[in-house]
Design a protein around this ligand. Structure first.
Ligand SMILES: Nc1ncnc2c1ncn2[C@@H]1O[C@H](COP(=O)(O)OP(=O)(O)OP(=O)(O)O)[C@@H](O)[C@H]1O
Length: 384
């Protein structure tokens, strides 16, 4: 990681761990103002431990954490709270506090000794509640709301603090997909529009890929990779990071596929244009090995076919399907008992697929057009 200009927030040779035993060493991260850094990695790899060291909840076993050129230990508590707000997963103990009260706690670095809120503070509390779409639950008892609602209130509290940097540990874990997207949208907005720096950990790597400027991969073996999303989100790196042996993760589409079924492909799928995707996944579901073709390598379903099919007959990007590919596809039709037509329309590029279907027909293959689950289950039973 080369530093051209001074990072707003960085670590230098940071070591973190428990009871004087390091679990991760030589951690070097750096973000500029208004950027988003996401920590990803398997359970127990140490993401929360790193975050706790970044927010002064734990003391590093070695190295330093630097905020705006200054060791974070050299900030007074109040000044540190004006710079940084934190959203952790731990449940906050509250007695008889409304959601509004909890959010208002975010203003304490700015209030006087008695903690009295000014009308301006009250306005910021309302604004923060509104930004997480929680005005409707503002007067509810904080201990009587759902996990997802609690997560949004804690974010509102952090926003209310008007920080320069916000640190969040798995802020999306209890949220449904709509609220996940909304939360990440709020963070992105804070970063891009208000120049707030965001450091967070996420399990949803496809979302990490969308919002991050920097990504830190924390591997179970203690190895750390740091880079831009383009450098980090490669199928190979992600597979190794999570030690995915059965199944696959596709970085381009953020899709997860279950384990490929191997064996003689008694089914041939004529796919293309995305029409084959659901057929491949249902064949996998019924544990039926299959071959697929002819798929252009730039077709949106190519990588999914590669993840699930025993064999994919493919064509180079943007090329009209060649005789050579057709001959190869015929070989796999020969092996198969079934020819599934996924319904991709014919055009200039894939005209040879008409010939392939004729070939299957002539060779007494059972032709199925867009089969449903009932058909697929029967195929599974027939081929054993
Ligand atoms: N208080 C503690 N004392 C000793 N070891 C701890 C403590 N808290 C966590 N650990 C250990 O430190 C390692 C890293 O834990 P950490 O919670 O940082 O992982 P994580 O990457 O955040 O995991 P997850 O994705 O499951 O939240 C784990 O092996 C864990 O068992």
């Amino acid at each position: 990681m080369e530093e051209e200009k001074e990072f707003y927030f960085k670590t230098q040779n940071l070591s973190v761990g428990y009871n004087r035993k390091p679990i991760l060493e030589n951690i070097s991260l750096g973000v500029y103002k208004g950027q988003i850094l996401t920590l990803i990695g398997p359970n127990g790899s140490g993401k929360s431990t790193i975050l706790k060291n970044l927010i002064r909840e734990m003391s590093p076993l070695g190295g330093v954490v630097v905020l705006e050129g200054k060791d974070i230990n050299n900030y007074s508590s109040k000044n540190f709270a004006k710079q940084m707000s934190v959203v952790l997963t731990e449940k906050v103990k509250t007695e008889l506090l409304t959601c509004r009260d909890v959010v208002a706690m975010g203003r304490y670095p700015y209030t006087n000794y008695f903690g009295k809120l000014t009308p301006e503070d009250e306005r910021i509390v309302d604004e923060s509640l509104e930004s997480v779409a929680a005005l409707d639950i503002a007067e509810k008892d904080f201990s009587q709301i759902s996990d997802g609602q609690r997560q949004r209130i804690m974010l509102a509290r952090a926003i209310c603090q008007k920080p320069q940097i916000i640190v969040l540990d798995e802020p999306t874990s209890f949220l449904d997909i709509r609220h996940k997207i909304e939360l990440l949208d709020i963070l992105q907005n804070m970063a891009v529009k208000e120049n707030v720096t965001v450091v967070l950990s996420l399990h949803e790597i496809e979302l990490a890929n969308r919002i991050s400027d920097w990504v830190m991969c924390v591997r179970a073996d203690g190895k750390i990779l740091y880079g831009t999303p383009d450098e980090i989100f490669k199928d190979e790196i992600i597979r190794e990071l999570y030690d995915i042996k059965n199944g696959s993760y596709n970085c381009l589409y953020g899709s997860t596929e279950l384990e490929k079924k191997t064996g003689t492909p008694k089914v041939f799928v004529a796919g293309g244009g995305g029409f084959g995707v659901s057929v491949y996944r249902r064949l996998q579901h019924f544990e039926i090995p299959f071959s697929a073709g002819i798929i252009a390598q730039n077709d949106c379903e190519y990588t999914i076919a590669e993840s699930l099919a025993v064999k994919v007959i493919s064509e180079k990007p943007f090329e009209i399907f060649s005789d050579k590919s057709l001959e190869m596809a015929k070989k796999y039709v020969d092996i198969a008992d079934y020819y599934i037509d996924a319904g991709c329309p014919y055009g200039i590029v894939n005209e040879k697929m008409k010939e392939l279907r004729q070939y299957a027909l002539k060779n007494n293959k059972i032709i199925l057009d867009k089969p449903d689950d009932y058909n697929l289950r029967q195929i599974g039973e027939n081929i054993g």
